[in-house]
Design a protein around this ligand. Sequence first.
Ligand SMILES: *[C@@H]1O[C@H](CO)[C@@H](O)[C@H](O)[C@H]1NC(C)=O
Ligand SMILES: *[C@@H]1O[C@H](CO)[C@@H](O)[C@H](O)[C@H]1NC(C)=O
Ligand SMILES: *[C@@H]1O[C@H](CO)[C@@H](O)[C@H](O)[C@H]1NC(C)=O
Ligand SMILES: *[C@@H]1O[C@H](CO)[C@@H](O)[C@H](O)[C@H]1NC(C)=O
Ligand SMILES: *[C@@H]1O[C@H](CO)[C@@H](O)[C@H](O)[C@H]1NC(C)=O
Ligand SMILES: *[C@@H]1O[C@H](CO)[C@@H](O)[C@H](O)[C@H]1NC(C)=O
Ligand SMILES: *[C@@H]1O[C@H](CO)[C@@H](O)[C@H](O)[C@H]1NC(C)=O
Ligand SMILES: *[C@@H]1O[C@H](CO)[C@@H](O)[C@H](O)[C@H]1NC(C)=O
Ligand SMILES: *[C@@H]1O[C@H](CO)[C@@H](O)[C@H](O)[C@H]1NC(C)=O
Ligand SMILES: *[C@@H]1O[C@H](CO)[C@@H](O)[C@H](O)[C@H]1NC(C)=O
Ligand SMILES: *[C@@H]1O[C@H](CO)[C@@H](O)[C@H](O)[C@H]1NC(C)=O
Length: 433
Amino acid sequence: MFVWSLLTILPLLVAAAPASTKEEAIWDRLGNLSPYHPAPVPSGMNVELPGDCKVEQIMYLGRHGSRYPLASELVYIQNLTYKLGNASAAVARAKLPKSMQFLKEGYRTTLGHDDLTAPGRLELFKHGVNFRLKYPQFNATSILAGGQDRVIESAQWFANGYYGRTWPNISSTVFSEIAENNVTVSWITPMDTCPKWDYNYGNNATIKWGSIYLPPITKRLNSLLPGVNLTDNDTHGALYACAYDLAAYDVSPWCDVFTTSEIQNFEYELDLLMDGAFGYNLPGDMGPLLGSLYVHTLIDRFSNSSAEPVYLEFGHDTTIDMALTALGLAKDTPPLSATGPVNPNRKFRTSTQVPFAAQMLWEKIACSSTFHGPQIRLVLNDAPFPLSTCAQSKTDKTYGTCSFDAFVAANNFSTSVTWGDSAWNSTCGNPGF
Ligand SMILES: *[C@@H]1O[C@H](CO)[C@@H](O)[C@H](O)[C@H]1NC(C)=O
Ligand SMILES: *[C@@H]1O[C@H](CO)[C@@H](O)[C@H](O)[C@H]1NC(C)=O
Ligand SMILES: *[C@@H]1O[C@H](CO)[C@@H](O)[C@H](O)[C@H]1NC(C)=O
Ligand SMILES: *[C@@H]1O[C@H](CO)[C@@H](O)[C@H](O)[C@H]1NC(C)=O
Ligand SMILES: *[C@@H]1O[C@H](CO)[C@@H](O)[C@H](O)[C@H]1NC(C)=O
Ligand SMILES: *[C@@H]1O[C@H](CO)[C@@H](O)[C@H](O)[C@H]1NC(C)=O
Ligand SMILES: *[C@@H]1O[C@H](CO)[C@@H](O)[C@H](O)[C@H]1NC(C)=O
Ligand SMILES: *[C@@H]1O[C@H](CO)[C@@H](O)[C@H](O)[C@H]1NC(C)=O
Ligand SMILES: *[C@@H]1O[C@H](CO)[C@@H](O)[C@H](O)[C@H]1NC(C)=O
Ligand SMILES: *[C@@H]1O[C@H](CO)[C@@H](O)[C@H](O)[C@H]1NC(C)=O
Ligand SMILES: *[C@@H]1O[C@H](CO)[C@@H](O)[C@H](O)[C@H]1NC(C)=O
């Protein structure tokens, strides 16, 4: 009886055991600030294609790896440390739970801002190695990076992993950059040439949601730290400290300070920001319109027998979210609300869709028996992502495929849009160049 129950319980213990390290336990809850981790494979889906299928063409869009906070976010963390530093006597007197004892030693921050971190370099290097191992039949000959330092550096680390350190000297390899500014049409940063686009569409939602979920946390922390007088911005800083210490050092004392539901509310804030500024919550058809530039390019390339077999391109979480929006994937009905409630089953999930070093990988596939005609599949962060707008058969649902023709038909909005046409100008305002 004893032996029997132990054997029964063992697999459960393994399944329920906390991930091996602290960051793994939380890495799928920090939205687009999560370190890279593979997305869960939806139940009933196969990662491997049938044996008679062959990948013929690939379009890969990589997000830059883990980075320091943006300068605008770093201020929250710094202000928190000043507040705690100036109140060191009150901190010394406070009766703190184990998870907050680290404050007695004084918490300082040396985080930089904006640039790729050491774990970010490793993420991209590994992706380059894994891409080589996964697709030995291809030799990619070009890499395109959005013209921002952390994106360029990410593409370089990928190249080191993929080609080896002599890659700048491989004559067949072209490394190019596309500027990220308001006079360069780019499917990596399409919002920059859409004058009516405004970051505040997302930011305003996070301010509203922050005014709802932050005060109870601030109150709880202040009850543990009498005399310190933390503000909601300081609480926000502590949440950022958790995410960005992880991004820079793989570990943060702050993550254990918060309850699971507090972290989930922070995760929701990050989803609201991305959905609001780069997704479905943009006004009218602005979200799909911006993402259409990417989808249009994908369809053009996969329809063109003279196109390159492999495209390796590097950009942002925003690039991926706008593309998903044009594709009609990860769409919530009703839309995410800035006043909650937090739907735990929402489809728009930055934690699994656009973590640091996210990988949106499109495969064009030919099979000798399982399917007739060319197929397409999206592998997002190492897991097939169901193409719900064009999947038809049970086999489609198992492998995440669609016939390429059905995919093209489902995305006729995207192929109907070209930058600077009347649809673009009426949604975005005339770009004026
Ligand atoms: C940080 O502190 C400065 C000086 O007190 C203040 O002006 C600023 O608004 C604070 N920023 C944040 C994000 O709390
Ligand atoms: C006290 O606060 C000021 C400004 O807010 C900051 O410059 C200073 O470093 C803080 N002192 C400590 C010990 O953190
Ligand atoms: C890829 O390039 C390497 C080195 O130049 C070469 O040895 C290999 O045969 C190439 N593979 C393919 C599939 O072209
Ligand atoms: C590229 O080739 C030049 C000239 O042979 C050499 O000096 C340089 O070290 C090489 N760079 C790399 C990264 O291999
Ligand atoms: C681009 O931005 C600059 C400065 O931010 C501004 O002066 C310029 O008018 C903008 N150009 C266009 C075409 O939007
Ligand atoms: C964001 O909120 C501010 C202040 O309420 C408002 O003036 C502005 O129009 C809003 N911006 C957007 C894009 O919603
Ligand atoms: C606590 O901070 C709030 C907001 O900054 C301020 O209004 C209040 O006066 C402060 N209270 C104390 C006791 O410092
Ligand atoms: C919180 O930070 C925001 C953004 O920097 C700032 O506008 C606001 O004044 C800050 N609030 C407080 C109470 O410091
Ligand atoms: C097909 O791809 C080739 C090579 O990139 C390009 O020169 C050509 O213009 C493309 N054709 C179409 C119809 O897009
Ligand atoms: C896309 O196709 C659907 C169904 O055939 C059609 O109703 C719709 O008007 C088309 N949209 C565009 C933008 O062509
Ligand atoms: C849209 O705006 C661009 C840039 O100002 C202009 O060149 C183009 O002619 C406009 N398109 C239409 C259909 O008016």
